[in-house]
Design a protein around this ligand. Sequence first.
Ligand SMILES: Nc1ncnc2c1ncn2[C@@H]1O[C@H](COP(=O)(O)OP(=O)(O)OP(=O)(O)O)[C@@H](O)[C@H]1O
Ligand SMILES: [Mg+2]
Length: 347
Amino acid sequence: MELIINEAVMLPEYLPKKLPGREREISDITYNFKIALDGRKPENLLVHGFPGTGKTAVLKFVLKELEEFSNKIKIVYINCWHAGTRHNIIVEIARSVGFISPMKGVSIDNILKRTAEIVKKRNYAVVVVLDEMDRLIASGHGDVLYDISRMNEVHKVNMSVVGIVNDFELVTNLDPRIRSSAISRDVEFKPYGVPELKKILKDRADLALSSYDPEAIALCAAYAYKFKGDARKGISILLSAARIAERRGLNKLCVECVEEAVGKIKTFEKRKKPEVKLNGIEVRIIDAIKQEGRITSGELYEKMNDVNDRTLRNYINKLAESGIIDIKSGGSRGNSRILMIRKDRVE
Ligand SMILES: Nc1ncnc2c1ncn2[C@@H]1O[C@H](COP(=O)(O)OP(=O)(O)OP(=O)(O)O)[C@@H](O)[C@H]1O
Ligand SMILES: [Mg+2]
């Protein structure tokens, strides 16, 4: 019998039917949404935790559970990494309730007003889930939280928001006005311990593999624990170990295959370019360059006139030194600098 009988359950898109170790978070968040069934307003939550701790999986799970109440609670799930800007997010919310707004030429206030009219007519509560909100905040689009919270005050609709981030600290950089109106409570997803990781990985292995040594699963869990309790890492080790076993013609996943899979990840990570951690200003500079394709330093100073020129210049130089952007001299007298993202960095 083949070893891998269902590879799909080890892939990132797979949403498991059970989420061991997150029962408390699931019931907490479900309850928070369900109070909307009595016409009350759910609390605005900030969900935070390290990568791979089940934040997205839990929210998607809860969302599914609540599908049967979709005439009373509309949950709008948005990945901010894809949506990118405040405007795109508002357009996405509008679209989800049925208002198709043209992407350009309609002001945010107008979109919000039309959206509110529809929501009132439909008479449902709206919960907006903003996943991977870190970059959105870092690039200065955190105001969208304020827009959403104002839907209640100004337009009298029942709309709340769940923000999901890795880095709780980022949120402390938000304007206090936004923070207090858009976040009423935070829910921390602590890293998984070994027992939870074992259970998560065993559930996957039961579905995916025809046979495995329990020690191999325990080893995957131990490694995932080392990676800050990251279930995603654990599952990817499991998958890569299973493939190694299959290539060797084994009909049982063994400990050695897991060791080999982990060895591969380690050498890969060593070879990877060092991760550059960007701060809010750097992210804004990169976004500004990306928007234009290339931009002169003068234009950038204008766009970011809330940051002083010297600070900007320092950050530009730092980004160039880290190999993220290229600087060319340009302008009619060669006195201006043209900034662009380095080709090998363009996603
Ligand atoms: N409790 C759990 N039970 C089963 N699978 C889980 C559990 N927690 C996480 N996973 C799985 O681990 C992977 C990562 O989880 P998820 O995407 O929810 O992490 P995350 O916290 O959103 O991470 P990030 O901050 O990087 O977005 C997914 O494949 C998910 O199905
Ligand atoms: Mg996630």
